[in-house]
Design a protein around this ligand. Structure first.
Ligand code: 13P
Ligand code: SF4
Length: 312
């Protein structure tokens, strides 16, 4: 293939021929979202990974997401277009220091955001995503002490929402920490009717000025259900593709990032490492695949299954 159309046709052909399912996150580039069998947030994607009867799972997302699909489906081949598609938040929790942190708080239950490696999941009691985190925390008995990791912004938001006192790991997402308050306020002056909505990985000053805070899926539902005709959206800009499809008549503005010369909006360069060409190559070669050592996989499955059970 040479052209965009040829790549897209070939990807569809290979997907069918190999009985592969293409799962894509809302932050993927528009063409990849359009090719996917399912586009979703972290929770939706892990649910789909648990349900699929395909032989191959092609994960158009970042490494921890493909790894999660592999933990749930050890017998299936899970492939990722670019193995370097990582995550600054997942990188912020490395196994050695994380073990020391957990050992230093022996009477705490470990609630871990899905944006972490399999090793970190293996040290956790229950996984959550931004869609179900409040419910997961509320399901824990009131007198139980909690560690919440690795995102301190989501952690602070959850402390505020649930009233629970939690010990937080000091990690963050580089995209959601980069929103520029001054540019957002200017944008709001230019668009006074626009509602400002944000993902809970954003910093507290951003969340404080938000009319609504939610996961990517919840932000999508909000713009559909809310009466407003204009929104400023503080999460990775890839979500605007699906959002605009759902509300074609509404005005959607991506929240601007600090010091960004290439783009006025916030993009996750890890998510954008997956391209049509790499997706085609990966389906053709059934590589690179994501594998998890069996001992880690078995331990990591337990807190993931707890999450899937609690969010049915
Ligand atoms: P959700 O898709 O769960 O909202 O998470 C956003 C994210 O940062 C994924 O990397
Ligand atoms: Fe990680 Fe942030 Fe990129 Fe999501 S947007 S993959 S949390 S770096």
């Amino acid at each position: 293939p040479k052209t965009r159309k040829e790549y897209m046709d070939e990807i569809l052909r290979l997907k069918k021929e190999k009985n592969a399912v293409l799962l894509a996150h809302y932050y993927q580039e528009a063409d990849i979202q359009d090719l996917a069998d399912y586009v979703g947030d972290s929770l939706g994607l892990s649910r789909k990974a648990a349900e699929t009867d395909a032989d191959i799972i092609v994960f158009a997302g970042v490494h921890f997401m493909a790894e999660t699909a592999k933990i749930i489906n050890p017998e299936k081949k899970v492939i990722l277009p670019d193995l370097n598609a990582g995550c600054s938040l997942a990188d912020s929790a490395q196994p050695g220091p994380f073990k020391e942190f957990v050992d230093a708080h022996p009477d705490h239950i470990v609630v871990t955001y899905i944006n972490c490696s399999a090793e970190i999941k293996a040290m956790s009691d229950i996984i959550c995503t931004s869609s179900n985190a409040v419910d997961i925390i509320n399901s824990i008995p009131k007198d139980q002490k909690i560690i919440c990791a690795p995102d301190r912004n989501l952690g602070e938001y959850l402390i505020h929402q649930t009233g629970r006192d939690m010990v937080l790991w000091d990690g963050a997402c580089m995209v959601h920490e980069a929103f520029a308050m001054d540019k957002i306020l200017d944008l709001h002056k230019e668009n006074p009717k626009a509602k400002f909505i944000a993902h809970p990985e954003s910093t507290q000053n951003i969340l404080r000025i938000s009319s609504f805070v939610g996961s990517t899926e919840k932000l999508l539902n909000f713009v559909q259900e809310d009466d407003s005709e204009e929104f400023i959206v503080a999460t990775e800009a890839g979500i605007l593709h699906e959002m605009q499809k759902r509300v074609p008549h509404k005005k959607l503005i991506p929240a601007p990032a600090k010091e960004d010369n290439t783009c006025s909006c916030s993009e996750c360069h890890y998510m954008k490492m997956n391209t049509l060409q790499k997706l085609y190559n990966c389906l053709r070669d059934e590589s690179p695949s994501v594998d998890v050592p069996v001992e880690i996989r078995k331990k990591a499955l337990i807190p993931l299954e707890r999450m899937l059970e609690l969010s049915k």
